[in-house]
Design a binder for this molecule. Structure first.
Ligand code: GRG
Length: 303
């Protein structure tokens, strides 16, 4: 996992594309959320606090980049990106609660239960999850009903007990235990990988079978690379850069790629996963450009 501080033209172009998509999804999310003056005001205020104005929006970017490869319609991609970011924000709000990871800081500000209270944080997560499915099931969204039902199914499976929530359960049960690398991988494929894969697949939902299989293979590997990099950053980055508490995994006796492999091998693994993700896109030309660049962004991110 090498990093140079040189920014070449294609990287600069990618950053412009990413910023434009990040700004765009912020507007889409803002419009999808209830106003904070609509009752119940505190719940709506807390939903807006937790979803808006923060985060790298990696999952939304994956949706948009995959949609470019598969020419998925803009309103469908917006709804998919919006739904995935809502599920992600709900997971962070619940993850930060005292009954889970117990973290006071998220995206550089007090986590939802610290800013409001535990009951509100619980409801924010519940309501964001429902809103995600509300947005994606909008009857006028898609002319192809089969595509829309399949998208809803992808998101439901990725979020539930066979996906993110299941991975979180394994994570909580593994605190203080030693896991093999395979067990760790299974946990992360569910906890973080499932939603990252869903983001890419939803973006690619108008694609051919060949395009969707390639996107799936790409997302499987880049999702795991994302987690390996997360474990490396937990050790190497500081709290103000991360916007969440650094060193948390080590302090809570959680098995990580760094504890199992050591820093150097963890970096090598991230590089290998990146290479495999890129190889999955070999059949495609410029249409897969942003998927390739996003993989580089995930590998080299500093927060
Ligand atoms: C509560 C059902 C439930 C699940 C929680 C995803 C998750 C499962 C917990 C998050 C814990 C965590 C810090 C995992 C490491 C990887 C990860 C998901 C980091 C946060 O995602 P980023 O870096 O966050 O994309 P931003 O803030 O940029 O959106």
């Amino acid at each position: 996992m090498t990093n140079t501080n040189m920014i070449d033209k294609s990287e600069a172009d990618f950053l412009v594309w990413a910023k434009q998509k990040q700004d765009h999804i912020e507007i889409v999310l803002d419009e999808a959320l209830p106003s904070k003056t609509t009752a119940p005001e505190m719940l709506h205020d807390a939903m807006r606090y937790s979803l808006l104005g923060g985060g790298k929006r990696v999952r939304a970017l994956l949706c948009y980049a995959a949609a470019e490869l598969c020419a998925t319609d803009a309103p469908v991609v917006d709804a998919a990106a919006c739904a995935v970011e809502m599920i992600h924000a709900y997971s962070l709000v619940h993850d930060d609660m005292p009954c889970m990871d117990n973290d006071d800081l998220r995206r550089g500000k007090p986590s939802c239960h610290k800013q409001y209270d535990d009951a509100t944080a619980l409801l924010v997560g519940d309501a964001l999850q429902s809103l995600a499915f509300d947005v994606l099931s909008t009857p006028t969204l898609c002319t192809n009903a089969n595509q829309q039902i399949s998208m809803l199914n992808i998101l439901a499976k990725a979020s539930g007990s066979s996906g993110m929530a299941g991975g979180q359960a394994i994570d909580l049960a593994s605190i203080g235990k030693s896991l093999t690398q395979t067990e760790l991988e299974t946990m992360h494929q569910l906890k973080t990988g499932a939603l990252i894969q869903a983001a890419a697949l939803l973006g690619a939902s108008s694609g051919t079978r060949e395009q969707m299989s390639a996107v799936m293979l790409y997302a499987e590997h880049i999702g795991l690379a994302f987690q390996v990099v997360d474990d490396i950053l937990d050790v190497e980055a500081d709290t103000s850069t991360l916007g969440k508490t650094a060193g948390k995994d080590a302090d809570s006796s959680k098995p990580t790629y760094v504890t199992i492999l050591g820093l150097d091998l963890a970096k090598k693994l991230a590089d290998q996963l990146y290479e495999t993700a890129i190889a999955a896109l070999a059949p495609f030309d410029e249409d897969a450009k942003h998927l390739r660049e996003l993989a580089g962004f995930i590998l080299h991110r500093s927060f």
